[in-house]
Every structure is written in structure tokens, then in C-alpha cells.
Design a protein around this ligand. Sequence first.
Ligand code: BES
Ligand code: ZN
Length: 592
Amino acid sequence: MHRPDPHSHYDAAQPKARRLRLKLEVDFAAKRIAGEVVLEFGGPVSGPLDLDTKGLEILAVDAPGKGSLPWELGEADPILGSRLRVTAPAGTQEVAIRYRTAPDAMALQWLDPQQTEGKVAPYLFSQCQQIHARTMVPCQDTPIARVSYQAEVTVPEGLTAVMSAGPDGDEATGDGRHVFRFTMPQPIPSYLLALAVGRLESRDLSPRSRVWAEPETVEAAAWEFAGVEEMIVKAEGLFGPYPWDRYDMLVLPPSFPYGGMENPRMTFLTPTLLAGDRSLVDVVAHELAHSWTGNLVTNASMEHFWLNEGFTVWAERKILRTLHGDDAAALGWATGQKALEDSLERFKKEPHLTVLRMHLEGIDPDDAFSSIPYEKGARLVAALEREVGEARFQRFLREYMDAFRFTSITTEQFCAFVGEKLPGALAAVNATAYLGEPGMPATAPQFHSAQLDGLTALAEGWGGGQRPTEAQIAAWTPSELLVYLQKLPRQLTQADCAWLDAHFKLMDRGNHEILVEWLTLAAAADYEPAFPRIREVLIRVGRMKYLRPLYGALGQHARTRALAREIFAAASPGYHGLSRRVVASVLESYPS
Ligand code: BES
Ligand code: ZN
């Protein structure tokens, strides 16, 4: 027995499924999916097959045409779920499992009409990364085992289903339901399985890209993301031809717990990106870049998550630089630096979670999640690029993509490859300090621009009475304002808050990065005029990146703690399970 992924029951000594055939019936009344999955092995296999499940009710297991197979569900582990062991007789080519998902399946959020923009129809979306695919489909839920898939999804008539796959026709069933078919011909890791069902419309953005959203937001989404084709072209310049045929996007309801999720052929996005001024499209650049770094070349397990995210952040800023110039990229790195420092602070008592190559046996990957794999990882990539030069690094990237396309790799495989192609580079940048040691190496690359240094100096002068001029206030882009706010002292007075709000009109910002940075400062200052807006944002938005700092800042004063508890009580039924968990842990850390 050899279990290469600490977060999966997958046994590398057993056969791997090559392809999945899914039939999913979406039942909004019961908040369940009735599912059937056929695992195709691409040839005869036999013996025990260990699959991951969590909260699934297994109804039947058989070899199609050959009758039922013996199976046994192991004890439920709080992180891993239950191992489903199927015993396949010699010659088995396919295993079919009928099952039902649990109403509280972590991968699925079931929304009432009230929680959608249109308020007339329910909505369902999935989020399988890190290890939640097993709450939706019994499978080898590890990125080491890649599968292609086809799916048939039955939904109430009037609703539309989309998946991380190509559409393959749809038809009415004649009994008030509608079937949508999908095919994903390329092999993907299970965490990229994705489904959403709702009242959806789409707008074309280019011959290979369209955006989906509820009818109420689809025009705004099409405007906000109109530049996506230009980004695809830039990304192709970095990594080679786009490998997934189409790049479509879905704008979800506001409870979506992430900013974006790189589901192949259908990136999922938070509606908080609809700032009205295209100022948050770096998230699209990021999810798009995952089409190569993450989806094409994938981390072998969550212990190597930095290979996905570090490379992708680096690529996102590279795209940003070619589109908007050096200053814009420097501001991106500065925002990342702030996120990195916050995460290092959060994990100061858990230094093992600040190394890039993690050891996560017994640790829930959602608990290990932070900006460290993103920002420390991106700095390692940038250091390698600086070491060998932009042109050589560019060629290296192509070689890397060619060598590992459609595979899932470890940090050790990556290092061996760098050692071969860029001899001496790992040692020159002190890669072991990034990969194996906590905190940040002193030699990590720094990112500067005159503009960034000016903003930093101005913000650092706040306590000494320095303030931006009217001209600066009028001229700053959203990213400049964001960096300025991030560099201000964390503990402002109420008079400071009043000054900021009066001069920057912060309460009505459509850019949620700015809005939440401001509300976090206001919460920490116990600034009462901001309370109604804090409540509105926390009730509407479930993006964890915003919930953690905002609820965190509310922990500093007795009155804001009471506010936080009251808001959480009201908001929590509308939150995704993941968001609920994060906020509960923040509230538990409050002084009582
Ligand atoms: N793949 C991640 C989202 C994710 C990470 C989901 C871990 C589940 C577990 C996605 O690509 C991401 O990083 N999103 C960021 C965007 C940002 C870095 C531009 C987000 O959601 O904020
Ligand atoms: Zn990412």
C-alpha cells in the first residue's frame, strides 16, 4: 500500500480511474444531488479500490452488466471522510456507484431565491478545492489521479446548469425538468470538478470567451470583463497556446467564498469584482493564468499548493505589467506584501505552516490556507527569474509546461527539473530557505517604484500630520488608494476615520478591496458611522478574504465585538459552510 496524498484514501498501488461518467439529479427541495458515477478504468482491473467519500449515502455499487459488487464504508475521519472500498473481481472495467449527497455537503451551497440577485429562483454552486469533491462524488479525490469526464445534469425547467467542461447539448425531459450534457475531454484533478445551477444568461466577450451571470448582473459583468481576450493573448505569450479550448466565466451570488476559482473552461468569480471601473480584473488574470499553472501542471497534493498559487500570482502580475505597466505591477506586489505579512503574523505560533513545501498529515488543508503559498511562492519564482534573466526564464517556463502538461507534480520534481534546466539557480536564490524554512528569506526580491515609495512615505507620515493633497485625492487610481490605505497605521482615531471618509468618500466605494480595507480600519477604530455599512457588507458578502480581517478588526472593542456577534447570528445561515467555519474561529479568538 502506498498513499501518496495525506488528504486522500487513494492508494497508488491500485488502478486509477481514467474517466468518469456522471448523472446528477439536482433536487432543490431536499438540498441533495441524487448521483450515479461510473468509474472507467480503461482496461480490466481487479482487487480493492479505495475511494474518498464524505457524508455520501451509498445506495448501490455494481459492475455494469455484471451485477453488484461488494463494498464497505470505513469510519468517518473528520478531515478525510470515509473510505469506500469496492472489491472488483478480475476483468472489471467499470464500477458504477449510485449515491446521494448530504444536505450539508461542504462542496455545495444551496441558495434560496432571496440570496440571489433576481430573488425568484434557487441557486446551487459547488466549490471542490481543496478536498471537497468527495462530498459531491465518490472518487479518488487527489490531484495525482486525473480524470476526464462526461456528465448529464437534470435540473428544474427554467434553470441552466454549467460545469467545468464543454457543453454537449440540452433538452427538456417533458416532465418539468431539463437535462444538460457536458464533456471534459482533458484529464483534470478532482478538485476542478465544478457545477452551478441557476437562472443564468450569457454574453459573448470574444470568439472563445463568454460570461455567465444572473440576468440582473450579466450586462455589468460583460462590461467589467470585456478585456479578457487581451489577457488570454498575454497569457499565451507567457505560457504557450491556451490549452482548454474555451475560457468562460461565471459570476456567482455574493456568498461565493472565494474571489475566484479556476474551474477549467468555466472560471467561477465573486460578484464583488463588479466594481464598475474594471479595477479588480487582476483576479481574472489570476484565474486565467491557472489554466496553465494549476490546471495544466498541477500540484500533486495540497502539500505542494505553492506550485499552483505561487506561479499563478507571479503570472498574474506579469500579465498586469504587460497590460498596465511597471507601476501597476509594483502596486500588485505591494498589496501582496501586506497579505504576506498578515499571514506570517497569523501563523507566528505555527511556523510549519509558513514553509512552501508543507507537511500536512492530520491537518485540514483549509486550515493551512493563507497568502503564504501565494506570495512567498511568487517571490521564489520572481527570484529565479531575476537570477537567470527574463529571456532564459521565459524559455524555462515553456520547457516546464511541455515537460509536465496534464500531470500533477511535487516540489521535489519541480526542483529536480530546475536543477537540470537552470543549474545552480536554486542554490543562488537560496531556494531551501523558501521551501523548508519558516518566514521570509532576507534576500527575497523587493518591488519598488517611485509611485509606490511616494505612497508609502505619505502613509507613514500620517501620525506626523501628513495628508494627501486634493490633487492626489482626485488623481489616484483605485490601486493607489488601496495601497495607501493598507500602509496607514492599523490603529486610527475616530477623527482620522472621519477625515478619510470625508475626503475619499469611502463608504460608497464599489471596489470591495478598498471598501473592506476602509471598513477594517473603521472597525478597529470603533468608528460608529461605519457600523451600518459593515453590517451590510458582512450580511451580503461571503468572500472569506473579507470576512476574516473585518470580523478580526471588530474583535478589538467591547461594542464592536457585540456588533460582530449580532451580525454573525444574522448572516451565518446565508454563509457558505467554509465561511461560517472561518468566522466562528475568528469569533472564538475574541477576548471574552
Ligand atoms: N484556487 C484559488 C481559490 C482556492 C484556494 C479555493 C484554495 C479553495 C482553496 C484561486 O485561484 C485563488 O487563488 N483565488 C484568489 C484570487 C486572488 C489571489 C487573485 C481569491 O479567491 O481571492
Ligand atoms: Zn489561485
